[in-house]
Design a protein. Structure first.
Lengths: 340, 340
DNA sequence: CCTGGAAACGTAACCGATAACGATTGCAGT
DNA sequence: ACTGCAATCGTTATCGGTTACGTTTCCAGG
């Protein structure tokens, strides 16, 4: 029972096959310079002992590991979507994926852990990383691609056309006759949040509607952050006739608060979200929202990272993916189309 | 520009601080035997150079790494739930989490990759692993905990009380007056699938209703697998008045097929699922289902693994979590309570 | 029979860190 | 001043592989 759990290493294989570890390594990696007979012996020893090369030892010695990393700051349902896209892009590409999450991730937020993990991984384990986290530029040895980067970031990144998406959403509301349109913003540090707010302002300006700062609530993309903001907006004596939330998660909370306060949607209040998460299609009423494909974001990020790693990159360092408005049942003309 | 991307290693720090790497290591790990002055020098050098220890090198030399692994065979929304639970349990525990996914994961299914990855990781990188995948027992050097294990598995595992859950679900249907109850089973290899089928059979037997094998469809927990099975069941001349699907994903597909074929739910057909995924609460009609907390499953698995790793385990090697029936709008008494 | 060179394989340095061990230093006790 | 014991720090072997380089084997050509 002593050696039951001993790991089988390359030298075990070498001993069993009667060769040196160098030869085993050559066989494992398919290098030239081993006779057919020896290859067979080594192969059989590997089979017999159930040997697998250690990812760690290999990546320490080698420069390329064919492993890509992903560092995410939380695991919402959209993270799963991103993951699916990433994995689709990596499918049969020879690259494996390793996702690193730290234990302090939940609850309290120790700033800077992304950088720590990134350097720890990029040191040797991974050939490159995808980061999806609301923090800034990273110093690394290996390439990094950011999904939904921070404002002013210079790292290669993939992002949706948030400006156009938000503009379209607000134009939709304006087209229905709304003039007092509330806005619940996302996490300030992210470029996406900024662009969505910019789209909101631009659409209003173009339509000649002045922007009322008191109709803007500052959330952080997190659903919970929207609840108090929605409450404030809807409990004013002159509530807006429509609210555009910078994320579906927050929009769903607006729906919740509206129901709670006795607003009928879309009768008394129109609501538009952003993201088009699966839940949005299933609520009552269905949420009108701006579709951005998290899957696609992940897919493109992985594709980009692959090219960066293999050194065959020539496309622009920021990919912008289109968005589209999905009109469901949460939007309708306001009861009185006249201004108050 | 030559050395721009060179990683800063421990010997760089040592050189800068004018000490040996051993001393740097001692400072980094807070070991005893370094004078305050030296500690300060080393700290400052680390700061200056932005040094981070290499996860790979550390884990190669050390036996304990304080990193736990997770290997999943796909990333559905429930995987995200499990992850949340795992991370909650690991929060502030000193353990980090690394998730390993291989590139062949999507689409074609290369059997046995879990074992490969597991040994590659458990070699040195991780202190233990959580596996959530429909494959069998694993040989590893470090502890493994399975979520929803395969049938007859001996690995420590966490699982819901699928038997009781399924029994309750079918009893609910029987209580409403249903006698012809279809069943769509899950992936055969999993213990959970087997228990749910067992619950279905047990409830029928107890009620004195004979089990009709032609009313049982064999799916694999994957939503898509249910569509043709539901079609077969509902297009018979004598369709069942109720269908119990072994997962919510499959149950939702049953609803889809029912709508397509002109069955009203719950008028013409009652449907019950299993899992209580978020989508089930949002569909029209809301899905009656058996609640199992994936979050809890992940949480308990992580707790168990932690104890196994630290060697303080004394609880049973299989944790069974309770389930509960959530009655929504997809179930009602059959139109004719009489048997055909 | 001897030489040359390619093929096959072993030796050992190395990747970046850790830890057992040995060496040095400082200082109290006698 | 001398011994003895901590405290401090460097040396070195090691983790499990990879690879540059050196060595041996073998066979064809002269």
């Amino acid at each position: 029972m002593i050696e039951v759990n001993a790991p089988v290493t390359m030298s075990d294989v070498a001993r069993a096959a009667g060769v040196s570890t160098a030869t085993v390594s050559r066989v494992v990696n398919g290098h030239y310079g081993v006779s057919a007979r020896t290859v067979a012996q080594v192969r059989s020893a590997i089979e017999q002992l159930g040997y697998e090369s250690s990812l760690v030892a290999t990546s320490l010695r080698r420069s390329r590991t064919n492993v890509l990393g992903l560092v995410a700051h939380s695991f919402q349902s959209y993270t799963a979507e991103v993951l699916k896209g990433v994995m689709k892009a990596l499918s049969r590409s020879g690259f494996d994926l390793i996702i690193y999450a730290n234990s302090d991730l939940y609850g309290s937020y120790s700033e800077g852990w992304e950088q720590r993990h990134l350097t720890r991984l990029s040191g040797t384990l991974t050939d490159g990383c995808i980061v999806v986290t609301p923090w800034g530029d990273f110093r690394t040895r290996t390439p990094v691609v950011a999904i939904d980067p921070v404002r002013g970031s210079t790292t290669p990144s993939v992002i949706s056309d948030n400006l156009a998406g938000a503009t379209t959403a607000v134009e939709h509301l304006l087209g229905l006759g709304h003039r007092r349109i509330g806005f619940i913003a996302g996490r300030d540090s992210l470029a996406s949040a900024w662009s969505r707010e910019e789209g909101y302002r631009a659409a209003l300006s173009t339509a000649g509607v002045p922007v009322d700062p008191t109709l803007i609530g500052r959330g952080d993309f997190n659903p919970e952050s929207a609840t108090p903001l929605a409450r404030v907006l809807l409990q004013r004596p002159d509530p807006p006739s429509a609210i555009f939330a910078a994320s579906d998660g927050m929009a769903l909370k607006v729906l919740e608060v509206a129901r709670e306060l006795g607003f009928s949607v879309p009768g008394d209040l129109s609501v538009v979200g952003f993201d088009n998460i699966p839940e949005s299609a299933l609520t009552q009423p269905g949420l009108t929202t701006v579709d951005q494909s998290m899957y696609q974001l992940g897919y493109e990020a992985a594709r980009m990272l692959k090219s960066l790693v293999t050194g065959e990159w020539d496309e622009p360092s920021q990919i912008v993916l289109p968005t589209s408005l999905v009109v469901r049942d949460s939007t309708a003309p306001p009861k009185s189309a006249a201004r108050p």
